[in-house]
Design a binder for this molecule. Structure first.
Ligand code: ACO
Length: 436
């Protein structure tokens, strides 16, 4: 537990005695007031819908400074990790706390690559889905179903079981995402290849078919790997909090990750990359750059219900550092594919410029988030739009499982149980049906 630095005193006007509460300092970031004694001492709860002012846990994994636009995994800036490491090194960092040396990396990569296949019966499980099901619907089902296949790693009190489950999840998610895609397009599933990198193998499973092997393009594989790194963890966001809350009841890790996937699906969270690309395509179809002014006016009109997808963030009140890196990758990918003049990319650049110069966005500190560019990159690589969020889930699985493990290992961990401000009917009597 962090050291007590000073105290906060809460006083009341209704005669309740005031309450002194400890204040803790983190390594960096805002201090937190420990309100745990509040209910016992005063009979009152705090009210904080959306957790705007509430820290729900201690964590040593990821730190975000939203004002500076800074993101650290275990203390390392995302900009350095994205340039110097591959995804499995970052996964090792998030899971174990440290970047691996060469021998540790070899061992970790070996572990992951030896778990990439899924139980053969999973292929039959897929047959139960409609071919036109949304990939996230399939992912929620198949990842949850892993707990029906891997009983030998479900004892969450055993650190070795937790590690085996984590490795299985990190290893099998690319296989499940690729199977989801192949199922949708009616092609046979492609087995993993352990001689390829994590991202390279994913692209092989996505784009190879029995008649033609996928030719690995290093720039595209590196772009995919960067997408994975940038999405690997992001502190206590909605889906991570969902994983922690699900895990707090003792649910197994596969079920908890399935819950995280369900939460990520929403358009205000992971679903934003899909929503952003759909928005750009619709704008393109309706006049493109010539209609930008009209579109921005709609976004600013609260009654229109239109949002600029890929813009804004609960924590970042500055440029999302991941968006900068994704923008760079976007240029590289479009160049290698000869798509620099891609109309959608040009439209995205023009829209970003207009928004960044508009007082509505400036005054609300609304900047592009990672989803603004990740959709364009994925589309250029050949990933179909509905699969974007599933790829986000694949990458975030490492963060989710590291956060879940941290929670299970925390001696202060309790089942998550928020309270409420009840505003319903007071006590009343049930009348017989004829008298209602
Ligand atoms: N377009 C237009 N206006 C916006 C946008 C946007 N994208 N985002 C926020 N605003 C406005 C709000 O209407 C509000 O205006 P007001 O003060 O006049 O009422 C103000 O900015 C503050 O916005 P909130 O909704 O209070 O901010 P919050 O922190 O609750 O929401 C969120 C953050 C959900 C990400 C929001 O910005 C949004 O919906 N963005 C679009 C979806 C998106 O890109 N999500 C991806 C998030 S990143 C990720 O998951 C990887």
């Amino acid at each position: 537990m962090s050291t007590i630095d000073n105290k906060a005193v809460l006083s009341f006007t209704d005669g309740t005695p005031s309450l002194e509460m400890p204040v803790y300092k983190g390594t960096i970031g805002p201090d937190v007031i420990d309100i745990r004694a509040l209910y016992n001492k005063t009979g009152k709860f705090t009210y904080d819908p959306g957790f705007l002012s509430t820290a729900a846990c201690n964590s040593t994994i990821t730190y975000i400074d939203g004002d500076k636009g800074e993101l650290l995994y275990r203390g390392y800036p995302i900009e350095q990790l994205a340039v110097n490491c591959d995804f499995l090194e970052v996964a090792h960092l998030l899971w174990n706390g440290e970047l691996p040396n060469q021998a540790q990396k070899n061992e970790f990569v070996n572990h992951v690559t030896r778990h990439t296949m899924v139980h053969e019966q999973m292929s039959r499980f897929f047959q139960g889905f409609r071919r036109d099901a949304h990939p996230m619907a399939v992912m929620v089902g198949t990842v949850g179903a892993l707990s029906a296949f891997y009983h030998d790693s479900l004892d969450i009190s055993d650190a070795h079981h937790r590690e085996v489950s984590a490795i299985r999840l990190i290893a099998k998610l690319p296989t499940l995402v690729a199977m989801t895609y192949k199922y949708t397009i009616g092609q046979p599933f492609v087995y993993p290849r352990n001689d390829l990198s994590y991202a390279g193998n994913f692209m092989h499973m996505m784009f190879s078919n029995p008649c033609e092997a996928y030719k690995v393009n290093d720039v595209l594989v590196r772009a995919m790997d960067r997408i994975f790194i940038l999405h690997a963890d992001h502190e206590q966001n909605a889906s991570t909090s969902t994983v922690r809350l699900s895990g707090s009841s003792g649910a197994n890790p596969f079920a908890c990750i399935a819950a995280g996937i369900a939460c990520l699906w929403g358009p205000a969270h992971g679903g934003a990359n899909e929503a952003c690309l759909n928005m750009l395509e619709e704008l393109q179809a309706n006049g493109g750059e010539a209609k930008l002014g009209e579109f921005i006016a709609k976004v600013k009109d609260k009654n229109s219900g239109v949002k600029l997808m890929g813009f804004g963030h609960r924590v970042y009140k500055n440029y999302d550092p991941r968006a900068k890196l994704m923008r760079e990758t976007c240029h590289e990918v479009l160049e290698v594919l000869g798509l620099q003049n891609d109309p959608l990319f040009k439209l995205a650049m023009a829209l970003e410029k207009v928004a960044l110069e508009d007082d509505y966005f400036v005054s609300r500190k609304l900047y592009p988030n990672v989803d603004y560019y990740s959709g364009i990159v994925q589309r250029a690589i050949g990933i179909p739009v509905p699969l974007f969020t599933a790829i986000f889930a694949l990458a975030r699985t490492v963060g989710w499982i590291a956060q879940w493990n941290e929670m299970i290992s925390d001696t202060e961990q309790k089942i998550g149980r928020p309270r409420q401000l009840y505003k319903g009917a007071a006590l009343r009597t049930v009348l017989p049906i004829g008298k209602r």
